[in-house]
Structure formats: C-alpha cells, structure tokens
Ligand binder design. Structure first.
Ligand code: HEC
Length: 269
C-alpha cells in the first residue's frame, strides 16, 4: 500500500483536529473557570450547593426532568431606562425638568438614546440613574432576569442543560418559586397547576396511615381531588426533599460582568 502513510497521516489529522477542537479548546477556555464576583455587592458567584441539593441533582437526573426542562436562559440584548432620582434643587429647576420629562421617552431605550435623555435632564440640573435590563423572550416570559453564563454551572456535574422545553426553563426557578412546600405539592400532583401536562412523581412520596397528629412534613394543603383518602397522609421521601433543595438552589439572579443588569431595589426611602 503506497499511500499507507498518507492515510495514516489523514487519520491523525482528522482525529487530532477533532480532539483539539472538542477537548483542548474548551478546556483552555473554561477548564480553569473559577467563582466570579457579583457586580455591585462583590460576593462570590456561584456558591457551592448544600449536600442535600447536590444529592437532589442526581434525583433530577435519575427522573429525566431534563427531558422536558432546560436550564439555560437566553437573552437577545439589553435595554435602558432613565430614572429620575432628584428633580433639582430649586422649584424653577424642578419645573423645567418636569417640562422636559413630559417630552422624553424614558423606557426601553438603547444606550445612545438613554445617554441623550439623561443628558437633557442633567443639563437642566436634575439627577438621573440609568438602569440596564436584559431583554428577550425568555425574560419576557418571566423565567429570569438575565441569560445563563458558564459560571452558573461551575458546581454542576454533569450540567443539566436540557434541549427541549415541554415545561418552563428552570435556570432560575429557585429565584422565582422559592416555596419548598409548593414544589413538593407540585411534584406529587402537577395538576395543582391547571392544565399541567407534567407527569406526577408520586413515587417520591409515601402515602401512609396518619397517626393522631399528622407527621411534621406531611403535605397538608393538597387540593381535595389530589388528597389521600381520609386517615392517610402523603409524606415526601428523602429523594423528594433533596430534589426540592436542588430546585431551590437553581438561581441565576445576580448581575455578573458577562451578564450585567441593574437589580431592582424595592426599598423605598
Ligand atoms: C413530560 C414532561 C415533563 C417532565 C418529565 C417533567 N416536567 Fe416539570 N413541567 C412540565 C410542564 C409541561 C410544566 C408546566 C405546567 C406545570 O407547572 O405543571 C412543568 C412545570 C414544572 C415546574 C414549575 C415551573 C414554573 O415555572 O412554573 C417545575 C419546578 C418542574 N416542572 C420541575 C420538574 C422536575 C423536578 C421534574 C423531574 C422530577 C420534572 N419537572 C419533569 C413538564 C415536565
């Protein structure tokens, strides 16, 4: 075989090339990823999950939740809102500012429009803040406040990205549905959400005879049609509690360098 060396060489290039592209490249890019810092607060992100939540991730895997749920928020872009923080020191300035405010568009702006609007107000003597928010369909659906970034998955092994959305994205489910009891009820009886097509995970619970007093962690507020027969109670098995601890640990709700936004503070003076 005259071309033996050529074939060997082609194979080495093909396999070696893919190895460099699929293994070495990503490792160089992300292999040394470390915790990053949250904008403004300077806290470290992400935090290691608790032991219970780490076990819960395996329950999530074992039950095929990733077949219907993704954990990856997308974002199209950003928009800016100009917010007046002080109308100016004198009544004359305040009137001028409120006159110009009436003529300006202050929400859903791009950076240049926001700078121009802010400039007009500050020129008169008013004070403003420019707030940044992420935009996109996932965000509009209320699933989260920013897109997912590599750092979010630092402690996930294997990462449960998912690729099909029969149900909502769960990347920030701990941030928007923070009630453990709601999750337990929902896993036992997804029908509590009207029209839900999620299958019940009843086998993560035990239905047993109730004593004189219900057990401490029995599900007590199940709607009638899902409640057990009289004299019985539904108690989560450890797997159910671990799974819920994992769901509550799923958060993508802090601003990072690669995914900035202005956190909404509800604090009123
Ligand atoms: C066959 C597809 C399917 C599977 C498998 C599935 N889900 Fe769901 N899930 C859905 C659908 C559809 C919804 C929306 C309706 C609802 O809230 O029940 C949903 C909703 C949810 C919600 C509420 C999210 C929200 O924003 O309202 C959570 C939490 C959830 N699922 C967790 C899980 C977990 C944990 C598992 C694995 C134990 C799982 N799901 C398996 C289809 C599925």
């Amino acid at each position: 075989m005259k071309s033996g060396f050529g074939v060997f060489f082609a194979v080495v290039i093909a396999l070696g090339g893919s190895w460099v592209g699929l293994v070495v490249g990503p490792t160089l890019q992300l292999g040394t990823a470390k915790q990053t810092t949250v904008l403004v607060s300077g806290d470290l992100w992400p935090q290691q999950r608790t032991g219970e939540a780490t076990l819960g991730m395996q329950v999530y895997r074992a039950n095929g939740c990733a077949a219907c749920h993704t954990e990856q928020m997308r974002q199209d872009g950003v928009s800016f809102d100009v917010v007046l923080t002080s109308p100016g020191k004198t009544p004359a300035v305040a009137t001028a500012v409120s006159n110009v405010l009436a003529t300006l568009k202050l929400n859903d702006l791009d950076k240049e429009e926001a700078d121009a609007a802010a400039g007009k107000i500050t020129d008169l003597g008013g004070k403003v803040e420019t707030h940044l928010s992420a935009t996109g369909t996932d965000i509009k659906r209320g699933w989260g406040v920013r897109h997912s970034v590599a750092a979010d998955y630092l402690y996930d092994a294997p990462v449960q990205l998912g690729n099909l959305r029969a149900g909502p994205d769960l990347a920030n489910v701990g941030g928007r549905l923070a009630d453990a009891n709601w999750h337990l009820n929902h896993l036992y009886a997804p029908g509590i959400v009207s029209g839900s097509r999620m299958p019940s995970f009843k086998f993560l619970f035990e239905v047993r005879k109730a004593g004189a007093k219900p057990s401490a962690d029995a599900l007590l507020n199940l709607p009638k049609e899902f409640a057990p027969a009289d004299g019985y109670e539904v108690v989560p098995k450890p797997e159910a509690k671990e799974l819920v601890a994992y769901l509550l640990s799923l958060r993508a709700d802090v601003p990072l360098y690669e995914a900035p936004f202005t956190p909404v503070t509800t604090a009123k003076p």
